[in-house]
Design a protein around this ligand. Structure first.
Ligand code: AMP
Ligand code: MG
Length: 346
């Protein structure tokens, strides 16, 4: 049985779930990025239940969430000066830092790696849950593996009801995309996954920061095991088009109408497209990011068999993360004006 707890003004309603989590139960929690499926990071059996509930491949490590820097002591071996700077600048917030793992964290959390991913989220419900449980909380995104991440409690209920002990409903997630993952164990800090904290913001604090090569070149094996999987894919075929190419979108919609099936479009702003389902994800990239996973899930529910999605217009900020998720969902291809596909990763 899954208990669904709506969290409004009285945040203490979270405390019962926190106590259960400390004893090995699974609790889905809202964070500012996406919903997470939390378990006691020090409890191997609880961790095995996360992998089971999600159908997550065993070689994909989990992010460990903390509510206070004091908790770092049982998560990582040491905190280098540069990592400390990142924590001061971006925690609590959507930045996950890879550091050398402490022996207290079981290897099933890190999929056998000697590094661990750690983050302090800024959502008050997540912070209260971790604080009251008194343990570091391992939490991947609270979706069935491969499906779009969950950014509303209704998405979590759809994917995980009956498989977890608590779902804490804290409304819609503020960022809507997963955290930035940065590896601080090498000579130069590397972004393994673009997310809520931008490359520019990281460079302001650290100076030199690069994208991991696999983010630019699909022939390279990614350092972050999770990045090798196809993710976020809706059930229908998804084709991406640059926002400036509205004629290409029109043509794709017209062709697919002739071919039959139900056609959907995700656009950035009102465009007047002729499709069975039109979801306007918003004119600016932040709004698009907040709405993307919900829109992809809506298309599934509506039964769209073919979906055309406009890529965001701007660059910088959240855009590389947004494009990265859209490209993963679409198998890494964008249709050009010349009706050819180009490959792109961030
Ligand atoms: P999720 O929690 O589902 O958003 O996925 C967490 C992401 O962090 C995945 O892409 C993991 O592969 C990545 N990750 C977690 N731990 C590590 C680690 N120790 N080294 C590299 N990547 C990691
Ligand atoms: Mg995930």
């Amino acid at each position: 049985m899954t208990k669904i707890v709506r969290v409004t003004d009285d945040i203490s309603v979270v405390d019962e779930a926190a106590e259960a989590l400390a004893k090995g139960k699974l609790v889905a929690m809202p964070t500012e990025t996406v919903y997470g499926l939390g378990a006691n990071a020090l409890d191997e059996e609880a961790i095995s239940h996360i992998f089971l509930a999600k159908g997550r491949p065993q070689d994909n490590p989990l992010i460990v969430h903390i509510s206070h820097k004091d908790m770092l002591e049982c998560v990582v071996k040491s905190v280098p000066e540069a990592a400390e700077k990142l924590m001061d600048a971006f925690w609590p917030g959507p930045l996950t830092i890879i550091l050398e793992k402490s022996d207290k964290i079981p290897t099933c959390v890190t999929a056998g790696l000697n590094t661990v991913a750690v983050r302090m989220p800024r959502h008050p419900v997540a912070l209260r849950l971790i604080e009251k449980s008194g343990v570091p909380v391992a939490a991947p995104s609270a979706n069935i593996s491969g499906r779009p991440s969950t950014t509303r409690a209704s998405h979590v209920i759809e994917d995980l009801s009956g498989k977890v002990d608590y779902i804490l409903d804290g409304g819609a997630c503020e960022v809507g995309l997963e955290s930035t993952v940065i590896d601080m164990t090498g000579e130069v800090p590397q972004i393994l996954r673009p997310g809520g904290i931008s490359l520019e913001a990281l460079r302001q604090v650290l100076g030199q920061v690069t994208y991991e090569p696999a983010l630019k070149d699909s022939r390279t094996v990614p350092k972050s095991p999770g990045m090798k999987y196809r993710h976020y894919a809706p059930k229908g075929e998804l084709v991406l088009v640059d926002a400036e190419c509205s004629e290409r979108v029109q043509a794709l919609l017209a062709d697919s109408k002739c071919a039959g099936g139900k056609v959907g479009v995700l656009c950035c702003g009102e465009r007047g497209y002729d499709a069975d389902f039109v979801i306007d994800c918003g004119d600016d990239a932040e709004a698009y990011a907040q709405n993307l996973f919900d829109a992809l899930r809506q298309m599934d529910e509506l039964g769209a068999t073919f979906i055309v999605a406009e890529l965001p217009k701007d660059s910088g900020g959240i855009v590389p993360a947004l494009k990265n998720r859209m490209l993963k969902a679409a198998g890494g291809r964008v249709m050009t004006e010349a009706e050819e596909y180009r490959t792109e990763l961030v």
